[in-house]
Design a protein. Structure first.
Lengths: 325, 427
């Protein structure tokens, strides 16, 4: 609680200085024993998770990295240390410049969706969370409405996406409505199998990932701060921009990390809603795996991982969430 | 402090080691108890293939007739290939496409079937054995089954050019693919593969996003249009691949395609919803659209069909009772009942004589002779598929199979082709 009250005072402080200060403080705290439980108990408690993490995440990742340097034929992969897979991933990127090679074109297209989906889910997610946190007075009502937000997740991802087709298709409900109202003469084609359809489906799928962390951050805001802002003569807009937004920054960041990483790696939604005419890195990897080209698929996966990690690193530089939480 | 830290580290590491040792131990125990070593237990064959041929009725009937338990392992076409190469001990019998063989055989994971142990080996359809129908040669572009059917010996990793006693795959089903159209939404006649890229169908055409097959359909269309002549559509040169992909990109940018599909159900949805009126299609998909009461024609085209064939192969690891049982099952499969069952879905079968015996005369006349149905035609599940009087698109077996122009294939330049295909998708 005291942390939350303090929060607004340090909003303006530069991130870096804060980070270093916290680290030394935390370091001191760790050296001092605060409990009589033997120290190894904590390691033991963490061991199952660490083991699962090691076996099913770290090991496969190392394998992927190793394989990305191997040679391959139609039916075998051979241990080697060659850079040809990475060379193939970026095939033509230099020669074609300033034209786009396949990989750059694919990432650019993905980046476009990331930007659109991030901005839209942020706007909608923030609005929904704000409404839930500040306009709904009772907890049961808040919980009930929160459950409503999760309804899209009650069915499988694939079914949700397929159900767009009778809605947006050439002979779908939206086109029927537009035609019968006389707004258009011929069915609107760009509703389905287009950039629009992909963006719409992604926003629909991932807005909840924005709502949850932002709502969580908003619920932790001490209401007396808002009263104080009001008493000090701040307008509603000023309260929003000077008090609420700075305080929900960690929530926004966590939501953004979810949305950005999921959209970067998504290929199912882009595939189905884009009629498979829109490239995505995931689809490229899938095609390569299906044709047993594991090493180049691994190289692609490593590049994708690097892109995602750099993005997250960049975002973490903007807000120090460990501190803010 | 320092000593404490070290002990802590030691304990953690040891506990992790211990835990993993225990896990490994547990794994070993399940393995031992998982295979009861009772000699007279019924033999179980793990049958790996796509869902297409894995009818529960066939497994049931085989169980009754032979006392063999068939356990299906269902996968997609590409995953079957992947599994044969990466997990060769996970199945006892594989039903895969002939065009996968240039990948499967060099891996050394499958072995030949001894023709002497296959009773009807010399009755296998001539289109598979030597690429002829009724004495006439069919198109052999691509990976034609007759080119990859024979092995010099059981464990060979290279094909034999001459017929031998060892067969790579014993055919289960095969067919001739073409374009599917919605006759109610298309004006005028479609009689050429060129229609796939015809601007008349702009925004209402579709093709597959399975590179090896998609590029061949594109090549059929481009050649039909008269733009290019291919040496071998199933084994293109880099130059041919470049030009084909360039044409595809041009068509894509012009908005020719509504969508691409990879799963055959997607092609059914595209067609049934009217999003697409002309597309590359597989025969069971056409049937599926029609059973929804929506007209769909599997349109014969003047340039011919793209053929495919699938068959049984054995993993090298198989031996003893399982091997005998596998031969027994393959022999049973060719003996009629299973063939007739699959033929009612529109597939062609390895041994036509036994299929004919196992079908009703009116069924044989409809499916294989191209004659109008005397009675309603039922699907294997009993649903009415065609009303009396209808006849099969493309006509008789001889008419359809003799017009095969090329076969599903894996090219020598496959790796290059896939790179170019990804370029097309990204364009």
């Amino acid at each position: 609680m005291s942390d939350t009250v303090e929060a607004p005072t340090r909003v303006g402080a530069p991130n870096i200085r804060r980070t270093s200060g916290v680290d030394t403080a935390a370091g001191d705290a760790r050296k001092r024993r605060t409990s009589w439980t033997p120290a190894w108990v904590a390691y033991l408690q963490a061991a199952p998770m660490a083991l699962v993490f090691f076996l099913f995440f770290v090991l496969p990742l190392i394998a992927t990295l190793v394989v990305s340097f191997w040679n391959y034929t139609e039916y075998s992969i051979e241990p080697a240390f060659v850079l040809s897979n990475y060379h193939d991933v970026f095939y033509g990127c230099v020669a074609k410049f300033p034209g786009l090679c396949t990989t750059f074109a694919t990432y650019l297209s993905t980046l476009k969706f990331v930007a659109i989906v991030w901005a839209t889910t942020l706007l909608i997610g923030f609005t929904v969370a704000y409404f839930l946190a500040f306009h709904i007075r009772t907890l049961p009502m808040q919980i009930a409405l929160f459950m409503v937000c999760t309804i899209p997740f009650w069915t499988s991802n694939v079914i949700r996406m397929i159900s767009w087709i009778p809605l947006l298709g050439r002979n779908g409900l939206v086109n029927d409505l537009l035609l019968s109202l006389g707004i258009v003469d011929t069915p609107v084609e760009w509703l389905l199998y287009s950039d629009f359809a992909v963006a719409l489906a992604l926003v629909h799928l991932y807005t909840l990932f924005m709502v949850v962390p932002i709502f969580n951050s908003m619920m932790r805001i001490d209401r007396s701060l808002i009263e104080a802002a009001y008493d000090a003569g701040a307008s509603g807009w000023q309260t929003l921009t000077n008090v609420i937004i700075p305080l929900v920054k960690p929530g926004i960041l966590i939501g953004s990390i979810f949305v950005v990483t999921i959209v970067t790696g998504d290929y199912l939604t882009i595939g189905i809603m884009g009629g498979q005419q829109i490239a995505s890195v995931g689809k490229t990897i899938q095609t390569q795996i299906n044709f047993l080209q594991f090493p180049i698929a691994a190289a692609n996966a490593i590049v994708l991982l690097a892109v995602v990690l750099v993005t997250i690193w960049g975002m973490l530089r903007l807000v120090d969430i460990r501190k803010e939480l | 402090m320092i000593t404490l830290k070290e002990t802590r580290g030691g304990v953690t590491r040891r506990s992790i080691l211990k835990a993993s040792a225990m896990l490994a131990g547990a794994g070993a125990i399940t393995k031992v108890t998982g295979f009861p070593a009772i000699a007279q237990e019924k033999v179980t064959l793990r049958y790996l293939s796509t869902a297409v041929n894995q009818a529960p009725a066939i497994a049931k009937k085989a169980g009754e007739d032979l006392g063999i338990t068939i356990q299906y392992i269902t996968s997609t076409t590409d995953d079957v290939t992947k599994r044969v190469i990466t997990q060769p001990n996970s199945f006892d019998l594989v039903d895969t496409e002939y065009f996968a063989l240039p990948k499967l055989l060099p891996s050394g994971n499958i072995m030949g079937l001894d023709a002497k142990k296959i009773k009807l080996a010399d009755k296998i359809a001539s289109v598979i054995r030597d690429g002829t129908v009724d004495g006439k040669k069919v198109g052999l572009d691509g990976t034609a089954p007759c080119e990859v059917l024979y092995l010099p010996d059981e464990q060979a990793t290279e094909f034999s050019k001459e017929p031998t006693e060892f067969l790579t795959l014993i055919p289960t089903t095969y067919n001739a693919d073409t374009l599917g159209i919605r006759p109610d939404l298309i004006k005028g006649k479609v009689d050429s593969w060129a229609a796939l890229l015809d601007p008349k169908y702009k925004g209402r055409a579709a093709t597959l996003n399975i590179p090896s097959i998609g590029i061949m359909d594109a090549a059929m269309a481009i050649e039909a249009r008269g733009d290019m002549k291919y040496g071998d559509k199933g084994n293109m040169t880099r130059d041919e691949i470049d030009k084909t992909i360039a044409e595809l990109i041009k068509a894509k940018r012009a908005g020719q395609f509504r969508a691409f599909w990879t799963d055959f159900n997607e092609s059914v949805n595209l067609m049934a919803s009217g999003e697409v009126v002309i597309q590359s299609m597989w025969s069971p998909a056409v049937t599926a659209v029609r059973t929804q009461g929506i007209p769909c024609t599997y349109q014969p085209l003047k340039e011919g069909y793209r053929g495919w064939a699938s068959g049984f192969g054995l993993p090298v690891s198989i031996d003893g009772r399982e091997k005998d049982a596998a031969y027994e099952f393959v022999n049973w499969f060719l003996s009629g009942w299973a063939g007739a069952y699959l033929a009612r879905q529109g597939y062609y079968t390895a041994v036509l004589e036994t299929t004919k015996e196992a079908m009703e005369p009116y069924e044989w006349a409809y499916w294989f002779e191209g004659k109008p149905a005397e009675k309603d035609i039922h699907a294997p599940d009993g649903k009415v598929m065609e009303k009396a009087g209808a006849s099969r698109d493309g006509g008789s077996y001889d008419e359809r199979m003799s017009h095969v122009a090329c076969w599903n294939a894996v090219m020598d330049e496959n790796i290059y082709m896939i790179r170019k295909w990804n370029e097309f998708i990204a364009a």
